[in-house]
Design a protein around this ligand. Structure first.
Ligand SMILES: C[S@@+](CC[C@H](N)C(=O)[O-])C[C@H]1O[C@@H](n2cnc3c(N)ncnc32)[C@H](O)[C@@H]1O
Length: 287
């Protein structure tokens, strides 16, 4: 690789690593809107609380975003929690979440929560974890090669009897058609009005569904000025079979595959695809 390619490679890695920083809009405001949308997702919280309970010890949340899962993981008994994300703006919000929640604040004050800016495809640490979580992250990786890197990195972080949870959209949760630009939601918040529009274009490929997803958010401030925030992402969704093959290639053994956070079996209509895997060579768990 010559120097020019090397620099380009680093730029590409950075772009994929920080999903908000690479956008032509203010990353802090994008992160705030991201939270407005993602904090509304609560159907998986009991599942993650239960996972932390079933795998006692330290937990690493790979692609933790603004720490949406921190509450359930600590409530489930995580003795230590490491959150890794590529977006400084989202990590800042994760820090804010910790400070705003008495339970998380206490865990943080005891040194039990650590936030790290990093790339899930390259993360290396000296410590090992009872539970590693990759929730909603795979779609942001560029395809099978990057996914394999991230899965292998996650496997190296696991304790001998540790468990990895990979959580992505299932076949029934994927968009079936392109969607033209249209309004997703409108809401008022702290004297501002926000209107979110989005469009998506899908493409079936041999390695899974590729989705070009673009959003346009207008924030109308109390003084009448408007901030217009465009953002776009290239998302990737492997089939369940392809994901299981990648997990296996990363030297993990699949323990279970679920089609929902209620542990329903996976089928063609499942909205989620949740793969639970342990490192090759670890003893199967009892019970
Ligand atoms: C849809 S969000 C999910 C956040 C969180 N896991 C949750 O379930 O609420 C995807 C997250 O993955 C992070 N991410 C994407 N690619 C990454 C990478 N290569 N390294 C680190 N974080 C990454 C994004 O910054 C974002 O916070």
């Amino acid at each position: 690789m010559d120097r020019a390619e090397g620099a380009g490679g680093r730029r590409e890695a950075k772009r994929l690593n920080d999903i908000l920083g690479g956008q032509p809009a203010d990353a802090t405001l994008l992160a705030e809107i991201y939270d407005l949308e993602h904090d509304a997702i609560v159907e998986d919280l009991a599942f993650y609380r239960q996972m932390a309970r079933r795998h006692p010890g330290s937990v690493i949340d790979l692609g933790c975003g603004s720490g949406r899962l921190f509450g359930p993981l600590v409530a489930g008994g995580a003795t230590r929690l490491v959150g890794i994300d590529g977006s400084p703006s989202l990590l800042e919000r994760a820090q804010g979440r910790i400070e705003a929640d008495g339970y998380l604040r206490a865990a943080g004050a005891e040194g039990r929560i650590e936030l790290v800016e990093g790339d899930v495809r390259r993360v290396r640490r000296g410590d090992r974890f009872a539970l590693a979580i990759m929730a909603g992250v795979l779609a942001h990786l560029d395809g099978p090669e990057d996914a394999l890197r991230a899965l292998a990195a996650a496997r190296r972080l696991l304790a001998k009897d540790g468990m990895l949870v990979v959580d992505t959209l299932g076949p029934g949760g994927l968009p079936a058609h392109d969607l033209p630009l249209s309004v997703d939601w409108e809401r008022s918040d702290g004297g501002r009005r926000m209107v979110r529009r989005s469009k998506l274009e899908r493409r079936e490929t041999p390695e899974g569904l590729r989705v070009a997803y673009a959003t346009l958010t207008d924030v109308v401030r109390a003084d009448g000025t408007i901030a217009r925030l465009p953002a776009s992402w290239r998302l990737w969704y492997p089939s369940p079979a392809a994901l299981v093959a990648l997990v296996t290639e990363a030297e993990l053994v699949v323990e279970s595959v679920f089609g929902s956070h209620d542990l329903d079996p996976l089928d063609d209509d499942s909205e989620r695809c949740i793969v639970v895997a342990r490192p090759t060579g670890a003893y199967p768990r009892r019970g």
